[in-house]
Design a protein around this ligand. Sequence first.
Ligand code: M7G
Ligand code: MG
Length: 321
Amino acid sequence: MFNHHRTPSSSYKTVLPPQELLDDLCSRFVLNVPKEDLQSFERILFLVEYAHWYYEDNSVENNPSLKSLSLKEFTSLSVFNSCDVLKPYVAHIDDIFKDFTSYKVRVPVTGAIILDETFERCLLVKGWKGSSWSFPRGKKSKDEEDHACAVREVLEETGFDVSKLLNKNEFLEFNFGQQRVRLYIIAGVKDDTSFAPQTKKEISEIAWQRLDELQPSTDEVISRGITGLKLYMVSPFLASLKSWISSHQPPMAPRPDLPLKGICVWKAKHSSTGSSSTITDNQPTKSEPDPQPLDVGPGRSFRNFRFSTAPILQAMEASFS
Ligand code: M7G
Ligand code: MG
């Protein structure tokens, strides 16, 4: 685990998080939620994912010696280690993760196809880790309506509020395996609108991409536009989008003054993917609303300990029966 061949500062990003920090994150993000949210491993893992993001985006960022962890590593170190009832299941972490991953791809996704005033460009976002572009979209939360999820995800990923522009009946929908993806068409958005994601490390870039650059459309989930743009879950929508556009009048005629390339409207300062596209603007990322400050006073373990074993046990039974 420790790489002794590293550069002079050998503790750089190699220190595992202290158990106290993990316990604090665990009690804040996971153990303090209502019982009904702890009814299955899937729901528990969604909560652990929030704790993990907080760890990566705040704890690791503020402490350069702390090791960056995968969600799986974080999960086995945190919840499954600091919670006695979950401890025995560390051995089953591979299966638990397999279930979680397959559950995730079954959660319906909604989002938006945002068109500019000429209907020549659409707004795409680039993921933080990969290099592909997709429409702003994301998984539905528990009991969330399709259009509400689209509004929330577009707001989180682009900072743009489509709630007043969204028509619940105007959408394109496809199924990818077991996943339903519904995208609402939001047409005629001004191209000087400002965009910036509200989440950290989810989106690395936002751009108006020319629809004709996204062609040739294939039905592939992963494809490339004619100029080499890598696309994720974009192509299958293009044919229906084209026919929608041909039956609707854009509010503005084509703009020959605009570049024939995509127009970047936001880019992260330090993204993990060093992309080379043209940059026009660099707005600060709005930070997430900070959760309660960590309780660091003496006796915190007692104060934070609100763990009730009954729902966890029930969840275990449900998951393994
Ligand atoms: P998601 O919210 O799971 O997907 O985020 P969805 O919006 O399609 O429902 C997709 C991916 O973005 C995650 O698997 C993470 O890799 C990354 N990501 C998303 N968020 C909100 C964060 C975050 O707050 N912090 C970090 N570090 N990564 C994030
Ligand atoms: Mg999301």
